[in-house]
Design a binder for this molecule. Structure first.
Ligand SMILES: *[C@@H]1O[C@H](CO)[C@@H](O)[C@H](O)[C@H]1NC(C)=O
Ligand SMILES: *[C@@H]1O[C@H](CO)[C@@H](O)[C@H](O)[C@H]1NC(C)=O
Ligand SMILES: *[C@@H]1O[C@H](CO)[C@@H](O)[C@H](O)[C@H]1NC(C)=O
Length: 430
């Protein structure tokens, strides 16, 4: 029957309508209601359309031999892409060029006034249904296309619908805001195997990026296309090919960096400055308490900006959390040192020997502690040592010296902790 219809569509017009009438009588399924009195459509293009579509059935693949595969070539001209605020869905706006050969849409140009190309509406002819496999199901996305297609006299159909595809993209936010995301879209056919409809790329320029504009907050670094042959052990005789497009995108980080990364470095420096101070005045305690308060405020504040629902937490949050703990340790240490400095009882022997060890050994270059009594608190000196002629310093000096040694050691430990924290946690721009 197919061969017959094709023969009919190729035959001269006179015989054609006669055959149509015959056909209409013989096979009621074949739509061929082209009454002869309407034949007055002398317009070549109208005649061409009428003749092409007269017996056309757009439900079936346009191949004469049903065992033959139909190759559909696909090219994406990408225009724009965006992430939604929850950073899990990804939308690509593009012109999707699809090209295939429709064996029932060819004609001889000389029969139709030399027309070599014509436009047809996509709903009048068969079109491939290219579905997005990892589509965002919350958005209705049709795999049908609605556009006007170009048809050439050899039957080559080219449709270029403008479509938006929304896909699910698992984002990895560890190095937020300097993160790079790979989002992949998989296209293929739900209903047809690769032996029926074979989706492939255009040989030249499978992806066009000329008209591309970056969406808000993201810069497209690269697009990688790959055709997955879709061979599975279950079904040796059929393939399920997929077109895979991987979009590599980088967050535009200047804004988030100014809001989050730089302030966290400032707040850490505040803690360090406070800990470098001597514990004898209250400024140190005030400064470090302010720093702890700053950590709280800052964490609350950036909690709104940082996407924190994703599977992996941005490490900058972990950094701030740990920095807050270090600051708390600093407060406890400060209070303890202030307590040591106020002690009036004689220091136990081991403290005296530790002090002596540091003062006389190479430790004094590391600890930078000044043991000269004249550098010490003169009020305490005056109050405690009635006889300044003796070489022995007053008893409370042992505590003060010990506090200074502890403070220095502790400062170095905390600097080391911060170096490790920054090394492991602070994200950086490559
Ligand atoms: C992202 O895709 C690029 C290009 O295909 C690849 O080199 C890179 O390893 C991918 N990164 C991740 C995290 O998958
Ligand atoms: C589909 O196309 C690909 C590449 O263009 C080719 O390698 C493959 O053999 C084709 N599959 C069929 C069933 O024709
Ligand atoms: C695959 O094709 C071969 C040869 O045509 C046939 O013998 C075999 O039964 C087919 N296998 C399946 C799973 O259809």
């Amino acid at each position: 029957m197919r061969a017959f219809i094709t023969a009919v569509s190729m035959a001269p017009r006179g015989t054609f309508y006669a055959l149509c009438a015959l056909l209409a009588l013989a096979a009621p399924l074949v739509t061929c209601d082209c009454p002869p009195e309407r034949e007055g459509a002398t317009h070549d293009e109208g005649k061409l359309h009428k003749d092409l579509l007269c017996a056309y059935n757009y439900d079936f693949r346009p191949v004469k031999d049903h065992k033959q595969s139909l190759t559909v070539k696909v090219r994406f001209a990408i225009k724009y892409l965006s992430f939604d605020s929850l950073e899990e869905t990804f939308t690509l706006h593009s012109w999707v060029a699809m090209m295939w050969k429709d064996e029932f849409l060819s004609w001889r140009p000389e029969d139709y006034g030399g027309i070599k190309e014509t436009q047809m509406e996509s709903h009048e002819i068969w079109t491939p249904r290219m579905a997005l496999f990892n589509a965002d199901a919350s958005m209705y996305q049709s795999d049908q296309i609605y556009t006007t297609c170009m048809v050439s006299s050899e039957g080559v159909v080219t449709c270029v619908p403008h479509v938006a595809h929304s896909g699910i993209c698992r984002t990895s936010l560890r190095s937020w805001p300097y993160d790079v995301q790979n989002c992949t879209l998989y296209f293929g056919s739900w209903m047809n195997t690769g032996e029926q409809v074979n989706f492939t790329f255009y040989n030249k320029q499978p992806i066009v990026r000329e008209d591309y504009q970056d969406g808000p907050g993201w810069k497209l670094l690269n697009v990688v296309n790959e055709r997955l042959p879709g061979k599975y052990s279950c079904c040796p005789n059929s393939t399920y090919p997929m077109l895979k497009y991987t979009f590599v995108m980088k967050r535009i980080a200047a804004g988030p960096a100014a809001i989050v990364v730089v302030p966290s470095i400032v707040i850490v420096l505040l803690t360090l400055v406070a800990l470098a101070m001597d514990a004898k005045d209250n400024t140190r305690l005030m400064l470090i308490c302010f720093s702890l308060y700053g950590h709280f405020m800052f964490l609350t504040e950036i909690g709104y900006d940082i996407p924190k629902h994703s599977a992996d937490t941005p490490i900058i949050l972990l950094f701030l959390r740990d920095s807050m703990i270090v600051t708390l340790v600093g407060i406890i240490e400060t209070i303890f040192l202030m307590y040591l400095r106020r002690r009036k009882v004689p220091a136990p022997g081991f403290i005296v020997s530790v002090n002596r060890l540091v003062a006389n050994g190479p430790g004094k270059y590391v600890i930078f502690t000044e043991f000269d009594p004249s550098e010490m608190d003169t009020k305490e000196l005056a109050g405690n040592s009635s006889d300044i002629t003796t070489d022995k310093p007053p008893v409370t000096f042992d505590w003060v010296q010990f506090a200074i040694i502890l403070n220095r050691i502790n400062f170095m430990v905390i600097v080391l902790v911060y170096i490790i924290l920054v090394g492991t946690y602070i994200p950086h721009d490559d």
